[in-house]
Design a protein around this ligand. Structure first.
Ligand code: PMP
Length: 456
């Protein structure tokens, strides 16, 4: 499709110049294209289709649920599946995160977290509370709506909207490969990144800060980047010390993607709020949630006004809640967390071997959430020019091999643009991982030839 001539009566896609064939259907980890080709979905859409495509049990359940009821509004009604889903999600969530506010996606979940944090301090301290800012990070992504974009540290995603956005303070990411402190180990980088939070709080004044938001494993901004455990221990202590809520954005990393229920579980940390979506309903319906702890819920809903001034029409949609409940039951019954752990460990080990290709600068990830960063020069880490569109060329080469990656990344300063996310469904088998690796390696070798003229 050409961007030069506007088509008529069509879908307004995000990007009209793509190379993907139309998809006829999906089954397990595979997508079947109109071109007659089978593609291994190596990114689950965008880390969404976690239990694979075409699940018959979900299809059957959805039919029954739709036949039972179309819709109930959360301000007046509840339905068994809504209650059961909340109970299951809070069972999965760490510590005393017992209160599940349903929404319909990731941006709504992070927006809700912002508003919850703000209302919490108003209810607790009165209208005079000046705690409203959210500290977030460069090289991060928290969603598309204006509030979520205000927390997003990615000028490229903000550039058309800037005057409408709150200028929330941003600190550096725990991005070890290109850390700004010259740290030699992930632990050192993590300590510096945590200290940056304390420095920013002192600069802004703790009285002006409501919350700090972070992804536990970074998704589309710099795929697969994660900290050492010490990061979350320090950040938790800093938030406690300065009376600041810790919000963890698990929109991409949650619900088994990294081999734990939530990615923050790798770091033995209990946040105050978790924002989640994507894998929660594994793509079968739009779904998300903001899960908060007892203190926040009690302050707003028991001791406070008793009314969280927020609500989207489709929040607590019975179909989405029912499907999400079913997805989590399937993950438990089929031991998909164990599978994500085992296949993830194998996958990461094999990905490390890709350093033999000169364009591979960094390989990182947890479980089945991995990232590759492409560079022009491995020894200097020199990136390719963004205009060379290396991740685009790599994507085309992957599609030719029947592999679908997610071309994420693009640095906050716009200087670097070449990362890719690999996040296949968490029920992928060892044979399918091997198939993915074979196609991936061929695509990388072809990309080396395309962009460096090197036969690898
Ligand atoms: N947070 C993170 C970490 C994400 O990865 C995303 C989506 N890629 C979002 C928030 C926004 O979610 P949605 O696209 O469902 O609004």
């Amino acid at each position: 499709m050409s961007a030069n001539k506007a088509p008529k009566n069509h879908v307004f896609y995000r990007n009209q110049n793509w190379h993907y064939p139309k998809i006829e259907k999906g089954e397990g980890v595979y997508l079947f294209g109109e071109d007659g080709k089978r593609y291994l979905d190596a990114c689950s859409g965008s880390a969404v289709a976690n239990i694979g495509h075409g699940n018959k049990e979900i299809a059957e359940f959805a039919k029954q649920q739709i036949e039972r009821i179309a819709f109930t509004h959360l301000s007046r009604w509840t339905v068994d599946v809504i209650e059961e889903c909340a109970s299951k999600v809070s069972e999965w969530a760490p510590g005393d995160l017992n209160h599940v506010y349903f929404v319909s996606g990731g941006s709504e979940a992070t927006e809700t977290a912002m508003k919850m944090a703000r209302q919490y301090f108003i209810e607790r301290d009165g209208k005079k509370s000046s705690k409203w800012k959210i500290i977030s990070k460069w090289d991060s992504y928290h969603g598309n709506t204006l509030g979520a974009l205000s927390m997003t540290g990615h000028p490229g995603r903000r550039k058309f909207y800037d005057p409408m956005l709150a200028n929330f303070p941003k600190i550096p990411q725990f991005y070890h490969y290109r850390n700004p402190w010259g740290c030699k180990t992930l632990e050192e980088t993590s300590i510096k990144a945590a200290k940056a939070l304390e420095e920013e709080i002192l600069k802004q004044g703790a009285d002006n800060i409501a919350a700090f938001i972070t992804e536990p494993v970074v998704g589309s901004a710099i795929p697969g980047v994660h900290p050492d455990k010490i990061y979350f221990q320090m950040v938790r202590e800093i938030c406690n010390k300065y009376d600041i809520l810790l919000i963890v954005d698990e929109v991409m990393a949650g619900f088994g993607r990294t081999g734990e229920k939530f990615a923050v579980d790798h770091f033995d940390t209990v946040p105050d709020i978790i924002a989640c979506a994507k894998g929660m309903s594994a793509g079968y319906t739009p779904m998300g949630a903001t899960v908060c702890n007892d203190e926040i819920f009690e302050t707003i809903m028991v001791k406070g006004s008793g009314n969280f001034v927020h609500g989207h029409t489709y929040a607590s949609n019975p179909l989405s809640c029912g499907i999400s409940l079913k997805v989590l039951e399937i993950i438990e019954r089929e031991n998909y967390l164990e599978n994500a752990k085992a296949q993830g460990a194998y996958f990461m080990e094999k990905l490390e071997e890709l350093y033999k290709y000169p364009i591979i600068g960094d390989v990182r990830g947890k479980g089945l959430m991995a990232g590759l960063e492409f560079v022009k020069d491995q020894s200097t880490k020199e990136p390719f020019e963004v205009s060379e569109n290396v991740k685009g060329k790599f994507t085309v080469n992957c599609l030719a091999e029947g592999i679908v990656p997610y071309p994420g990344g693009g640095s906050a300063d716009g200087v670097r643009g070449d990362d890719t996310l690999l996040a296949p469904p968490i029920n992928i088998t060892r044979e399918e991982v091997d198939e993915l690796l074979v196609g991936l390696e061929k695509a990388i070798a072809k990309t080396c030839d395309d962009v460096l003229g090197v036969k690898a």
